[in-house]
Design a protein around this ligand. Structure first.
Ligand SMILES: Nc1ncnc2c1ncn2[C@@H]1O[C@H](COP(=O)(O)OP(=O)(O)O)[C@@H](O)[C@H]1O
Ligand SMILES: [Mg+2]
Length: 272
């Protein structure tokens, strides 16, 4: 899509006489002059009106898209997606995490597990999933720390019910904070209800499995896509090192959805 300024420049280049109503009050004399001017212009530019209309349509399409983008942005903000992450959704670059998120959106998988070091685009990819999912059904984004805090409050019942039932839940930045019990219960309940969930964690897959507990990790594994990129370059480093998908980024692992297909290697066990 072209920039609005470029289209306005093209409209000006057509030199189509401006209708006097555009500038404000319209006197009959001015209208008569405009009619003469536009008739001469149409003789000089037989294709002028068609070109002018096409450019106006292009402007309208841009306005519609930006209005839609603003509406989506406000919906995602209400869902809890942080502004820092939203800013990257405008024109996201293709990262391994993002391509896995795209695959997840188009699939029947119920879980997307994005693990790996800080700055490889896990949260941005999770926000992309929210963006797609929010067009169809409610989504909620919550950091794992905030989620645990909320679930441990004495008046947590309504919050717990929402987190359990919302069609798409992103649990961002799962780490080593707090007692994990309420979170395990939430994830088990979502698994039982077959609800879609995204987990991001700055942990190795083995550490994540240990954190979730074998029972929950085993339930999650029945239908999940897992990103493993433990040595990928951070995008929070200086620009000369920002090579998304560079050889430093390890492969994306797409686990098969078949039950019992959990892949392990010598160093990691992947919850899926
Ligand atoms: N797909 C992307 N397109 C553009 N910028 C991105 C993308 N993914 C990440 N970034 C940039 O890198 C920063 C860190 O990404 P983030 O998703 O927070 O990493 P992580 O969750 O893995 O720590 C973001 O704030 C953003 O500036
Ligand atoms: Mg993150």
């Amino acid at each position: 899509m072209r920039q609005l300024a470029t289209i306005l420049h093209d409209i000006a280049a057509l030199k189509r006489p401006l209708h006097p109503g555009v500038a404000g009050a319209m006197r009959p004399e001015e209208l008569r002059k405009w009619k003469e001017a536009i008739a001469l212009w149409r003789i000089a530019r037989p294709d002028g009106d068609a070109a002018y209309c096409a450019l106006l349509d292009e402007c309208a399409a841009i306005e519609k898209t930006s209005a839609e983008f603003r509406a989506r942005e406000s919906c995602l903000r209400d869902a809890g997606v942080p502004s820092r992450i939203l800013a990257s959704l405008d024109a996201p670059r293709d990262t391994d995490a993002l391509s896995l998120a795209r695959e997840f959106c188009a699939s029947e998988f119920r879980w997307l597990v994005l693990v790996g070091r800080t700055g490889i685009g896990k949260s941005v990819a999770a926000a992309f999933v929210c963006d797609v999912a929010s067009r169809l059904a409610p989504v909620t984004w919550i950091s794992a720390a905030e989620c645990l805090d909320s679930l441990q409050r004495f008046d947590s019942a309504a919050m717990a019910a929402n987190l359990r039932r919302v069609s798409m839940l992103v649990l961002d930045d799962l780490g080593t904070e707090g007692r994990i019990g309420p979170l395990q219960a939430l994830l088990s309940a979502r698994h039982d209800d077959n609800r879609r969930t995204v987990i991001t964690a700055n942990l190795s897959t083995a550490a994540l499995r240990e954190r979730l507990g074998t029972r929950v990790a085993d339930r999650v594994r029945s239908s999940s896509l897992v990103l493993r990129a433990p040595t990928a370059e951070s995008m929070r480093v200086p620009s000369d090192r920002r090579q998304v998908g560079s050889p430093a980024t390890q492969r994306v692992t797409t686990e098969s959805p078949e039950p019992g297909g959990l892949s392990t290697n010598d160093t990691e066990t992947v919850p899926r």
